[in-house]
Design a protein around this ligand. Sequence first.
Ligand code: GLN
Length: 306
Amino acid sequence: MQTTGDGRKDRTNGPIPPPDGAALTLEQLYRQGRAALAALSGAGENSPMEAAFLFRKVFGIGREELLLRGQEPAPEGLSGEYRALIRRRAQGEPLQYLLGEWEFYGLNFFVGPGVLIPRPETELLVDAALASVRDLPSPALLDLCSGSGCIPIALGHALPEAQVWGVELSPDALGYFWRNLAAHGLPRVAAVAGDVFALPAAVTGRRYHAVTANPPYIPRGELPGLQAEVRREPPLALDGGEDGLDFYRRLPGICFPLLEPGGWLLLEIGEGQGEAVSALLAAAGFRSVRVERDLSGLERLVRGQR
Ligand code: GLN
């Protein structure tokens, strides 16, 4: 946004006009952003947190420092940047895309349009995979539908002796995966471009102690009804076909021969998919198949052992 220097341009474009003649203080500016987001359906209750995240991105000032420095005048240019982010958020852009990064498993990941935002409930999949290889000195792990790379990178970070491969189809998502890999500096984690239904030779030439995936699992008909923010995420990462189970029909058969005997397949699932996905794993020859719930008590993953 172009500012004229007197803040008038902001007044016509932004949801939060500054009062006549007065430069806002940092505290006032933060509060105005918060108020603009409070009106946002769905994000209203998170508006203090979201406004604080955007404020920190622009000003480099967290909420605690804001308590100390709140009466300082807000610099014009940065105020415009903050207002622009608040406005985009109020129009439904995901907070995480506006920030350009998000936390998963205690680690920072670059995210943005074109890649699925890492979800806290997916940390259960990382925990389960780590537990499944706990007693192995240098396990080999494969992650499918890797997106930003949050799962393989979290695994590689927790297991410095492991070798981890992640496969992703979307060039946009792969861009984030590569960037994240470079940022985390994990030489034993590899990002591989490829289709999980026609896996590249780079990953089929060996066997794994665990295979993980958070595939698309939302029934196609439910996509238009999803929360506005989720509809900004790539459909490729969400669309699980007619009943949401397309990937679960094929991945067990594809993964079984890639696993070491005793190795585990661990798949994130959506609410209510536990029974169907368990049956598909059992039909592909997996034993000890079981469903695990997340902290909200929802079915969140299915695992089975070769
Ligand atoms: N957990 C995501 C959601 O419900 C879906 C991710 C996926 O399809 N794997 O928004």
